[in-house]
Design a protein around this ligand. Structure first.
Ligand SMILES: *Cc1c(COP(=O)(O)O)cnc(C)c1O
Length: 478
């Protein structure tokens, strides 16, 4: 493709992009394709001869777009949001064009230094104290893995990196049973072994019980193990619970355990001063991760990891390879030493565009709106006969279920709510996902898309009531 064609096609794509965002509400939120349908429509091998851009783009529209689930749809209430925004998309275009590999300072001084500056802006915006230094990672899963590796080395006096696990004491890891699945995955990858992960039960508000954490730690120490890391969650994925950093942190301090905080979703809400309650006990924390790619209008992927003891952290990952040495030496930051990847995307650019385009106040207004919308609709659902709230809205997530009067068989209630969820999602008008809250199957209502307004939430609630009607009648007849 020559530059003239590139220019023409780029203009054409920008028009498509703006049209897509303008008309996104006309599309079904969740893709309606069947498994295998997309792959089956594509040729089994790459073309031998060059193809026209027009043909490629036509196939994008006809074959690929129907297989998209529209994450930016304002009626996307599933999972957690992965919201984006026009300034972020524009920055991604530039990122793709300049195609930096920000592995060391010299390979992209701007990417390195913008990342340092923007992550410190972000640190101040979310109220993390001085002394935390940030790095952008691809996902929270990877960032938590990096924290686990650092904790592993601290607990083993670097023996695992030097000699392997057999030289070290048995190391144990703790999180609540409500913690994200990535914690267990990271435990496996970091080599702790699944049997050394303790899942601590939570209380009625879905927070890790410090008394049970204390007894698990003491039992492990008594059995000769060395507790390495506790992962506390702010904003658990199923039901939006918040572990107490103070209660958990005091235990970690007493036993010299690394405290990592997974605030993947809820961290963005810390830009609101009224939500800083969740940081009580932050002085005990060694590392903290959250995802601007979830709730801060920045395209996936962009995870912010903050670490307190950066020397110790970087020591785990730094490799002195002759071909990566540069004359700047220690005067610069080389982010290749701050995690698993060598090559890194220039992700700070989109964050910079977003923070400047909206300003702190613009972003606060959006997150405040989401929190208020979720609270309002949760209140309406709580007051509606035949519905109940399983997990209250503390930020912009709550879990509810249909519970017709007189129907108390838990297995039947689970089935009824599964049917409701599938019917809602099949309608194409909204998209929700499920959760188990204290063993009960519920529907998660997660508000957080950039374009979500009152009417989308109200329409979703109307859709839930309409869809539930016939299901209740059926259940009563059965
Ligand atoms: C979404 C989420 C994760 C995983 O995030 P990725 O960036 O996709 O790895 C981890 N923890 C919590 C609490 C989450 O909500």
């Amino acid at each position: 493709m020559d530059n003239e064609a590139f220019r023409a096609h780029a203009h054409q794509l920008v028009d498509w992009m703006a049209d897509y965002l303008e008309t996104i509400e006309e599309r079904p939120v969740r893709s309606r394709v069947a498994p295998g349908e997309i792959a089956g429509a594509l040729p089994p091998a790459a073309p031998g001869k060059p193809e026209d851009f027009a043909a490629i783009f036509r196939d994008f529209e006809q074959q690929i777009v129907p297989g998209l689930t529209h994450w930016q749809h304002p009626s996307f209430f599933a999972y957690f949001p992965a919201n984006s925004s026009p300034p972020s998309v524009l920055a991604e275009m530039l990122t793709a064009t300049v195609a930096q590999v920000a592995m060391i300072w010299q390979t992209s001084p701007a990417a390195t230094e913008l990342e340092q500056v923007v992550l410190d802006w972000l640190r101040q915006m979310i109220g993390l104290p001085d002394g935390f230094t940030g790095v952008i990672q691809d996902t929270a899963s990877t960032a938590t893995l990096a924290a686990m590796i650092a904790a592993r080395e601290r607990a083993s006096d670097s023996l695992v990196n030097d000699l392997g696990f057999r030289a070290a004491p048995r190391l144990t890891v703790y999180c609540s049973a409500e913690a994200h699945s990535s914690v267990e995955k990271d435990v496996r990858i970091a080599g702790f072994g699944r049997s050394n992960l303790r899942l601590i039960d939570s209380d009625d508000a879905f927070a890790m019980r410090p008394d049970l954490l204390a007894s698990a730690i003491e039992a492990d120490i008594a059995a000769g193990a060395r507790p390495a890391i506790v992962v506390a969650t702010l904003g658990t994925t199923a039901a939006g619970g918040f572990d107490s950093l103070r209660a958990v942190g005091e235990l970690c301090a007493r036993h010299g355990i690394w405290l990592h905080v997974d605030a993947a979703w809820a961290g963005s809400a810390l830009i609101l001063p009224e939500q800083r309650w969740m940081l009580d006990g932050i002085e005990f924390v060694d590392s903290f991760v959250f995802n601007p790619h979830k709730w801060l209008l920045t395209n996936f992927d962009c995870t912010a990891l903050y670490v307190r003891d950066t020397d110790q952290f970087v020591d785990c990952f730094a490799i002195d390879a002759a071909y990566l040495r540069t004359r700047e030496g220690d005067r610069v930051t080389n982010y290749r030493d701050w995690g698993i990847q060598l090559g890194r995307r220039f992700r700070a650019l989109k964050l910079w565009f977003v923070l400047r385009s909206y300003g702190l106040e613009g972003l606060q207004a959006i997150i405040r709106r989401h929190v208020a919308l979720a609270g309002k609709i949760a209140g309406e659902i709580a007051r509606e006969p035949g519905f109940e709230i399983l997990a209250p809205a503390r930020l912009a997530l709550f879990v509810f279920r249909l519970h017709p009067p007189g129907l108390d068989d838990e297995a039947r209630l689970d089935r009824l709510n599964e049917q409701l969820l599938e019917a809602l999602n099949d309608s194409g008008q909204a998209y929700f996902t499920q959760a188990r809250a204290k063993g009960r199957y519920g529907i998660r209502f997660s508000v957080g898309q950039t374009a979500t307004e009152d009417r989308h939430v109200e329409e979703a609630w109307a859709l839930i009531r309409e869809t539930a009607g016939p299901l209740i009648a059926e259940a009563e007849a059965a």
